[in-house]
Design a protein around this ligand. Sequence first.
Ligand code: MN
Length: 200
Amino acid sequence: MYQLPLLQYEYDALEPYIDAATMKIHHTKHHQGYVTKLNDALEPYPELAKKSIEDLLQSLDSVPEEIRVAVRRNAGGHHNHSLFWMNMMPNGGGGTGGQLAQAITDSFGDFSTFKNEFNSAALSVFGSGWAWLIKDADNKLKIITTHNQDSPLMEGVRPILGLDIWEHAYYLNYQNRRPEYVDAWWNVINWEQVEKNFNS
Ligand code: MN
Protein backbone atom coordinates (compact mmCIF):
# COMPACT_ATOMS: atom_id res chain seq x y z
CA MET A 1 0.00 0.00 0.00
CA TYR A 2 1.25 3.43 -0.92
CA GLN A 3 0.94 6.08 1.78
CA LEU A 4 0.54 9.84 1.94
CA PRO A 5 3.88 11.26 3.10
CA LEU A 6 3.90 13.68 6.02
CA LEU A 7 4.98 17.22 5.28
CA GLN A 8 8.22 18.38 6.86
CA TYR A 9 6.57 21.71 7.83
CA GLU A 10 3.19 23.03 8.98
CA TYR A 11 0.42 23.92 6.54
CA ASP A 12 0.84 27.64 7.30
CA ALA A 13 4.64 27.56 7.08
CA LEU A 14 4.81 28.72 3.46
CA GLU A 15 2.65 31.81 4.00
CA PRO A 16 2.33 34.42 2.62
CA TYR A 17 3.44 32.72 -0.61
CA ILE A 18 1.20 29.65 -0.35
CA ASP A 19 -1.70 29.87 2.11
CA ALA A 20 -2.52 27.31 4.79
CA ALA A 21 -5.97 26.43 3.45
CA THR A 22 -4.58 25.63 0.01
CA MET A 23 -1.78 23.53 1.50
CA LYS A 24 -4.12 21.56 3.74
CA ILE A 25 -6.67 20.78 1.01
CA HIS A 26 -3.93 20.06 -1.50
CA HIS A 27 -2.21 17.58 0.80
CA THR A 28 -5.12 15.93 2.63
CA LYS A 29 -7.65 15.87 -0.22
CA HIS A 30 -5.90 16.02 -3.59
CA HIS A 31 -2.70 14.11 -2.82
CA GLN A 32 -4.55 11.67 -0.54
CA GLY A 33 -7.02 11.10 -3.37
CA TYR A 34 -4.24 10.02 -5.74
CA VAL A 35 -2.84 7.63 -3.13
CA THR A 36 -6.26 6.11 -2.39
CA LYS A 37 -7.16 5.67 -6.06
CA LEU A 38 -3.74 4.17 -6.82
CA ASN A 39 -4.14 1.62 -4.03
CA ASP A 40 -7.68 0.82 -5.21
CA ALA A 41 -6.51 0.29 -8.80
CA LEU A 42 -3.67 -2.00 -7.72
CA GLU A 43 -5.66 -4.04 -5.22
CA PRO A 44 -6.23 -6.93 -7.66
CA TYR A 45 -2.52 -6.81 -8.62
CA PRO A 46 -0.47 -7.28 -5.44
CA GLU A 47 2.73 -7.97 -7.41
CA LEU A 48 2.49 -4.49 -8.98
CA ALA A 49 1.72 -2.85 -5.64
CA LYS A 50 5.12 -4.07 -4.38
CA LYS A 51 6.97 -1.93 -6.93
CA SER A 52 8.40 1.43 -6.01
CA ILE A 53 6.44 4.35 -7.37
CA GLU A 54 9.39 5.17 -9.66
CA ASP A 55 9.45 1.62 -11.07
CA LEU A 56 5.73 1.73 -11.66
CA LEU A 57 5.95 4.99 -13.64
CA GLN A 58 8.97 3.83 -15.64
CA SER A 59 7.23 0.63 -16.71
CA LEU A 60 3.64 1.68 -17.41
CA ASP A 61 3.64 -0.49 -20.55
CA SER A 62 3.76 -3.57 -18.35
CA VAL A 63 0.73 -2.46 -16.32
CA PRO A 64 -2.49 -4.25 -17.42
CA GLU A 65 -4.45 -2.13 -19.83
CA GLU A 66 -7.59 -2.09 -17.68
CA ILE A 67 -5.83 -0.15 -14.92
CA ARG A 68 -3.14 1.63 -16.96
CA VAL A 69 -4.93 4.99 -17.14
CA ALA A 70 -5.74 4.93 -13.42
CA VAL A 71 -2.13 4.05 -12.57
CA ARG A 72 -0.76 6.71 -14.91
CA ARG A 73 -2.92 9.41 -13.32
CA ASN A 74 -2.65 8.38 -9.69
CA ALA A 75 0.92 7.07 -9.50
CA GLY A 76 1.91 10.22 -11.36
CA GLY A 77 -0.09 12.34 -8.95
CA HIS A 78 1.45 10.60 -5.95
CA HIS A 79 5.03 10.91 -7.16
CA ASN A 80 4.67 14.47 -8.47
CA HIS A 81 3.20 15.75 -5.21
CA SER A 82 5.69 13.88 -3.02
CA LEU A 83 8.49 15.66 -4.90
CA PHE A 84 6.66 19.01 -4.80
CA TRP A 85 6.28 19.03 -0.98
CA MET A 86 9.92 18.07 -0.48
CA ASN A 87 11.10 20.82 -2.80
CA MET A 88 9.53 23.54 -0.67
CA MET A 89 10.36 24.91 2.78
CA PRO A 90 9.71 27.98 4.92
CA ASN A 91 12.34 30.70 4.39
CA GLY A 92 13.45 29.03 1.20
CA GLY A 93 14.29 30.60 -2.09
CA GLY A 94 17.49 32.37 -3.02
CA GLY A 95 19.61 30.33 -5.34
CA THR A 96 21.75 27.27 -5.43
CA GLY A 97 25.44 26.46 -5.30
CA GLY A 98 27.82 23.68 -6.06
CA GLN A 99 27.44 21.33 -8.98
CA LEU A 100 23.81 22.24 -9.57
CA ALA A 101 24.67 25.93 -9.97
CA GLN A 102 27.35 24.96 -12.48
CA ALA A 103 24.93 22.71 -14.36
CA ILE A 104 22.36 25.53 -14.52
CA THR A 105 25.01 27.86 -15.92
CA ASP A 106 26.11 25.23 -18.43
CA SER A 107 22.56 24.57 -19.60
CA PHE A 108 20.93 27.99 -19.49
CA GLY A 109 23.73 30.57 -19.37
CA ASP A 110 22.88 31.97 -15.95
CA PHE A 111 20.39 31.60 -13.12
CA SER A 112 18.09 34.43 -14.15
CA THR A 113 17.78 33.05 -17.69
CA PHE A 114 16.92 29.66 -16.19
CA LYS A 115 14.29 31.29 -13.96
CA ASN A 116 12.76 33.20 -16.87
CA GLU A 117 12.61 30.10 -19.05
CA PHE A 118 11.08 28.05 -16.25
CA ASN A 119 8.42 30.70 -15.60
CA SER A 120 7.60 30.95 -19.31
CA ALA A 121 7.15 27.18 -19.45
CA ALA A 122 4.90 27.24 -16.38
CA LEU A 123 2.73 29.97 -17.89
CA SER A 124 2.57 28.21 -21.27
CA VAL A 125 0.71 25.15 -19.98
CA PHE A 126 -2.91 25.28 -21.12
CA GLY A 127 -5.09 23.63 -18.51
CA SER A 128 -3.67 21.42 -15.79
CA GLY A 129 -0.09 20.29 -15.60
CA TRP A 130 3.39 20.74 -14.26
CA ALA A 131 6.61 22.57 -15.09
CA TRP A 132 9.83 20.69 -14.41
CA LEU A 133 13.56 20.98 -14.24
CA ILE A 134 14.76 17.55 -15.30
CA LYS A 135 18.06 15.74 -15.65
CA ASP A 136 18.35 13.64 -18.78
CA ALA A 137 20.36 10.46 -19.37
CA ASP A 138 23.46 12.55 -20.15
CA ASN A 139 23.11 14.53 -16.88
CA LYS A 140 22.01 17.59 -18.85
CA LEU A 141 19.39 19.89 -17.35
CA LYS A 142 16.28 20.78 -19.32
CA ILE A 143 12.95 22.48 -18.65
CA ILE A 144 9.90 20.51 -19.71
CA THR A 145 6.17 20.56 -19.03
CA THR A 146 3.74 17.68 -18.57
CA HIS A 147 -0.04 17.60 -18.77
CA ASN A 148 -2.40 16.35 -16.09
CA GLN A 149 -0.38 14.17 -13.67
CA ASP A 150 2.08 12.75 -16.19
CA SER A 151 5.52 12.26 -14.67
CA PRO A 152 8.85 13.01 -16.35
CA LEU A 153 9.80 9.47 -15.30
CA MET A 154 7.40 8.24 -18.02
CA GLU A 155 9.70 9.91 -20.55
CA GLY A 156 12.82 8.36 -19.05
CA VAL A 157 14.13 11.57 -17.46
CA ARG A 158 14.50 12.42 -13.78
CA PRO A 159 12.55 15.32 -12.25
CA ILE A 160 14.63 17.34 -9.82
CA LEU A 161 12.33 20.35 -9.33
CA GLY A 162 8.62 20.58 -10.14
CA LEU A 163 5.92 23.22 -9.97
CA ASP A 164 2.27 22.23 -9.75
CA ILE A 165 0.25 24.50 -12.01
CA TRP A 166 -3.14 22.89 -11.55
CA GLU A 167 -5.62 25.53 -10.41
CA HIS A 168 -6.10 23.58 -7.16
CA ALA A 169 -2.53 24.59 -6.27
CA TYR A 170 -3.27 28.32 -6.21
CA TYR A 171 -6.89 29.24 -6.95
CA LEU A 172 -8.05 29.96 -3.36
CA ASN A 173 -5.45 32.68 -2.91
CA TYR A 174 -4.51 33.78 -6.42
CA GLN A 175 -7.70 32.98 -8.42
CA ASN A 176 -6.76 33.36 -12.10
CA ARG A 177 -3.43 35.09 -11.36
CA ARG A 178 -1.12 32.17 -12.16
CA PRO A 179 1.88 34.48 -12.81
CA GLU A 180 1.72 35.77 -9.20
CA TYR A 181 1.68 32.22 -7.85
CA VAL A 182 4.61 31.20 -10.05
CA ASP A 183 6.63 34.24 -8.91
CA ALA A 184 5.77 33.63 -5.24
CA TRP A 185 6.82 29.98 -5.37
CA TRP A 186 10.47 30.92 -5.95
CA ASN A 187 10.51 32.21 -2.34
CA VAL A 188 9.81 28.76 -0.89
CA ILE A 189 12.10 26.53 -2.95
CA ASN A 190 14.23 24.17 -0.86
CA TRP A 191 17.42 24.34 -2.93
CA GLU A 192 19.28 21.94 -0.66
CA GLN A 193 16.73 19.26 -1.54
CA VAL A 194 16.85 20.15 -5.24
CA GLU A 195 20.63 19.70 -5.12
CA LYS A 196 20.16 16.30 -3.49
CA ASN A 197 17.77 15.33 -6.29
CA PHE A 198 20.32 16.50 -8.84
CA ASN A 199 23.18 14.60 -7.26
CA SER A 200 21.27 11.36 -6.68
MN1 MN B 1 -1.66 19.31 -7.07
